[in-house]
Ligand binder design. Sequence first.
Ligand SMILES: Cc1cc2nc3c(=O)[nH]c(=O)nc-3n(C[C@H](O)[C@H](O)[C@H](O)COP(=O)(O)OP(=O)(O)OC[C@H]3O[C@@H](n4cnc5c(N)ncnc54)[C@H](O)[C@@H]3O)c2cc1C
Length: 403
Amino acid sequence: MIGGGIGGLTLGLALRRHGLRAAIYEQAAELAEIGAAVALSANATRELERLGLGAALAAVSTEPTELIFRDGRSGARVAAHPVRDGGAYRGRFGAPYYGVHRADLQKVLSGGLAGEGLHLGHRLTGLDQRGDVMALTFANGVEIEADLVIGGDGVRSQVRRWITGGEAVRYSGTSAFRGVVPMGLLPSLPDPQAIQFWMGPDAHLLHYAIGGEADSVNFFAVVEGPETWTSERWLTGIREGEHLAGFSGWHPAVIEMIDALPQTQRWGLFVTDPLRRWHRGRAVLMGDSAHAMLPHHGQGANTTIEDAVTLAELLSGFSAASGTRDLDGMMRHYQDLRQQRTRTIQRSAWATNRLLHLADSVGAAMLAQRDARMARFPEDFSWIHAFDAQAAAREAEGDARAA
Ligand SMILES: Cc1cc2nc3c(=O)[nH]c(=O)nc-3n(C[C@H](O)[C@H](O)[C@H](O)COP(=O)(O)OP(=O)(O)OC[C@H]3O[C@@H](n4cnc5c(N)ncnc54)[C@H](O)[C@@H]3O)c2cc1C
């Protein structure tokens, strides 16, 4: 397994549940937090609960009271849906919706794994197929052979480059400012315990409370542009005040949040182009390496957790003794199970970006249509949250055996 991110750690845990062991090679010398926080929906929390992490996760998470869409300038509520209130979300999807510090999620996952099979300080620099095995080379000089390589090495994946023979990552034309703000610095914020989208021309703000005490707010302020991204890195420095430029005339709660802490950087939002195939030889992709998406459905980490559970289910049914053809079949089966769903969510996240950023010039009828869409949000997107990756993999395995 290459990459000890959300996908790699979850896969390690999911395989262990089936009595299988994976070696995880992570480039970082220690597991560091990437980004501030993450929202976990039922399609992932049901799997983390099955992995025995329910209590540990609950202790460091916040359940939002409601999901609220607002006009970014007037602050008017456009649509609101209960989440924790009345047990609505759990009642509907059978598992919770959480806001969690990314560092806490990583601690819960790595705590569950207790360091088993984790090799830090190993940056993959080369891979090659030699007969039925993959030969891997790391920057620290270590060389190993593996029966199967799983590329959970993120959006700039080295394993993907080997599989596709090229680069497949693309700047989305949108960028973001983000941060975690103590609740005390947000006196103008209405409904501070809700997850809220504030919508307006060419920009939106998303935020939700995080931490076991729900005493901080994670925010993510997205703007159209810059048109091109020339830096090799995700982040570029900004001029003073640049973070506020897209939010001129917005509600005081929005300005207060974005400006609460010094902002010095802008995040470019990158996506993976749809891949024709997720595997080659004895290497296969999972998570952002296969399907990095715009974060507007908050599904990057959640679908990565689904991938991990699916792979673990399929690998548990695979017998090494039955040879290469079965391993090829397993990877094809995995791609069949995962490709269409993740592609549909990727596309839907682009469409949501357009809806969230509608200009006034589109006219009142179009804005009313947007508001109607937001009022139907839980119904329209229940297919994302209701999904049960373990059940889907088991059902497909059963069908394949029966055929
Ligand atoms: C701003 C932002 C906000 C987001 N918010 C949400 C959200 O609310 N909800 C949600 O579900 N998703 C969210 N996501 C998406 C989510 O973070 C990713 O989809 C998720 O982390 C993907 O997991 P992964 O394991 O595939 O990759 P990562 O978590 O990125 O892990 C990849 C790992 O591979 C390692 N690695 C890379 N190259 C090598 C190499 N050559 N050798 C060895 N190791 C290597 C890296 O160091 C890293 O640890 C957000 C993303 C962004 C950018």
